[in-house]
Design a protein around this ligand. Structure first.
Ligand code: SF4
Length: 248
């Protein structure tokens, strides 16, 4: 079967790495990094390169399943919408809109429409309860942006490629890929700081996978970040610091 190559990008995290997809018929048979991508320049991680296996997995849910006893039975979309709709209506009538919540996982959070439509759906029900992966580790950034800039999605990113001294608090980019900082290929770009004579401090209670590869580890007692930051702010050393990151 003949194959063709399409340019695309990974939707799993904010780094949105450029990829090349090899397609046979209607199947993606391989994903590889796009070395000509102007931002990610051939960088990608194993999650993105194997994503077609999830897309074509036989375990993927493609039809509604209803639990009947200890097994799941396939039902039609009409039946699913009717039964679930009736249940949701009953919950809202009996307990109010906040009795319904939604959770957006990853990567659906990075699709355009699901977060917008889920948010509108909950607003229509009168619910304030929308949760997502960020509810566990980074909602504070959105709340701070709302207060500082007036909109939660306006986020400041450190200018890593021009930074001379970087302090990363609680970050482990070798694992997280620093996707929240929109920083594809983070280890290469952090090493570049050291190569141009700068310093990268990694503040963490444990020796992270990142610290094993680069940077200067600064151990910290858990739950003392506040004191660290306060003492840091009052120190004259802050004058020479150009970037502080607390991204995951
Ligand atoms: S870092 Fe990995 S998961 Fe994130 S966009 Fe790139 S390939 Fe996808």
């Amino acid at each position: 079967m003949s194959s063709r190559t399409e340019l695309t990008f990974c939707r799993i995290c904010e780094a949105t790495c450029g990829l090349k997809a090899t397609i046979e018929g209607n199947r993606v048979v391989a994903l590889e990094p796009d070395h000509d991508h102007m931002v990610t320049k051939g960088y990608s991680c194993i999650k993105g390169l194997r994503y077609h296996e999830i897309h074509h997995s036989p375990d993927r849910l493609r039809v509604p399943l209803k639990r009947i006893g200890d097994r799941f039975e396939e039902i039609s979309w009409d039946q699913a919408l009717e039964e679930i709709g009736a249940k949701v209506r009953q919950l809202v009538n009996d307990h109010g809109g906040d009795s319904v919540s939604a959770y957006l996982g990853n990567p659906i959070s990075f699709s355009l429409l699901p977060p917008i439509l889920t948010s509108a759906f909950l607003q229509g029900l009168g619910s304030r309860n929308l949760f997502q992966t960020g509810s566990q580790d980074c909602n504070n950034k959105f709340a701070a942006a709302q207060r500082v800039y007036g909109f939660p999605f306006i986020q400041p990113f450190p200018d890593i490629d021009r930074t001379q001294c970087l302090i990363m608090i609680g970050s482990n980019p070798a694992v997280s890929r620093s996707s929240f900082m929109q920083l594809p290929d983070p280890i290469r770009r952090l090493r570049a700081i050291e190569r141009r004579g700068g310093t990268v401090f990694l503040v963490n209670p444990r020796r992270t996978e990142t610290a094993k590869q680069m940077g200067t580890q600064v151990f910290i007692r858990p739950d003392t970040d506040l004191y660290f930051l306060l003492s840091f702010l009052s120190s004259a050393a802050t004058r020479s610091i150009t970037s502080v990151s607390a991204a995951t």
